[in-house]
Write a protein that binds this ligand. Structure first.
Ligand SMILES: *[C@@H]1O[C@H](CO)[C@@H](O)[C@H](O)[C@H]1NC(C)=O
Ligand SMILES: *[C@@H]1O[C@H](CO)[C@@H](O)[C@H](O)[C@H]1NC(C)=O
Ligand SMILES: *[C@@H]1O[C@H](CO)[C@@H](O)[C@H](O)[C@H]1NC(C)=O
Length: 250
């Protein structure tokens, strides 16, 4: 919320990416159209051919207000707290157990869930034995979720061994989203993102992803461990990254 107001898309960046797109279009148009049939109508806001920021936010506050509109929706919060709760905790508990058996997470990991809403993921982590886990969202939900903006995490460097997020599509500055994960992960720490590659998010999504490199390339201080298919509440692709042991000069 305290990010400086800057133009959402620098005209020069837009021009650069547009000319880039024009060059690549003959190559891309086939798979592009198949994965996103509405791209022709989408208009400005292109960041790279694989990641597009949706246009229309007048300011950072405008964006935050839009995000809060979903987070604070009383009907949705009731669903998250009741009908959704047990089912999600169960599914996430299975997911985190699998990660433990793959050596990506352990009982002693300090774990963060980004965009945790009411904290189902955190409840699941604690259920499978990852006691030192916490969630972060614009709206806090004590005791599981603290207040924070993923563009500017409220944690010191190297705070976590493990970070999970399924809200990448809500990032207005995806590069900041990634850099903040890398900053708050300890060297060797694991980041796992669930993203949508083959379907579009809802009206609260802020960006659209057209290829997994659109997100992987944002992580300048990490190595890709794997990309796999998942069935994650509307998200279809799991990206696992590991923070480099040593800082790469930027
Ligand atoms: C969300 O937006 C709708 C329509 O713009 C408005 O009626 C509603 O009060 C807003 N809800 C919140 C929680 O801000
Ligand atoms: C991790 O915690 C779970 C749940 O408390 C427990 O059942 C399991 O034995 C623990 N695993 C290790 C390796 O300590
Ligand atoms: C925290 O990490 C950032 C990004 O890697 C770096 O620029 C900054 O100097 C670090 N701060 C401290 C206190 O180490």
């Amino acid at each position: 919320m305290t990010l400086p107001a800057k133009p959402l898309v620098k005209p020069f960046l837009l021009l650069l990416s547009l000319s880039f797109l024009l060059l690549l279009l003959p190559l891309l148009s086939h798979s592009y159209r198949r994965s996103f049939p509405h791209s022709a109508a989408a208009g400005g806001g292109v960041v790279t051919p694989l990641l597009r920021i949706r246009p229309g936010y007048k300011s950072y506050d405008d964006y935050i207000k839009h995000q809060l509109n979903k987070t604070l929706n009383p009907r949705l919060r009731r669903v998250w707290a009741t009908r959704d709760w047990d089912r999600k905790v169960l599914v996430f508990a299975r997911f985190f157990s699998d990660l433990k058996s793959q050596g990506l997470l352990s009982n002693s990991s300090r774990a963060l869930c980004i965009g945790a809403r009411l904290g189902q993921e955190v409840a699941a982590l604690r259920r499978v034995g990852v006691a030192d886990s916490v969630g972060m969202d614009l709206v806090p939900a004590p005791p599981l979720v603290v207040a924070g903006d993923f563009h500017s995490q409220p944690f010191p460097n190297a705070s976590f061994d493990f970070e999970f997020s399924n809200v990448f599509d809500h990032a207005l500055y995806p590069d900041r989203f990634a850099a903040e994960i890398e900053r708050t992960l300890r060297p060797g720490g694991v980041a796992i993102l669930h993203v949508a590659l083959h379907r579009r998010g809802d009206k609260y999504s802020t960006n659209d992803l057209f290829g997994v490199d659109g997100v992987v390339d944002l992580f300048k201080q990490s190595g890709l461990v794997r990309v796999s298919k998942v069935d994650g509440f509307g998200l279809d692709t799991e990206v696992v990254l590991r923070r480099n042991k040593r800082q790469r000069p930027s």
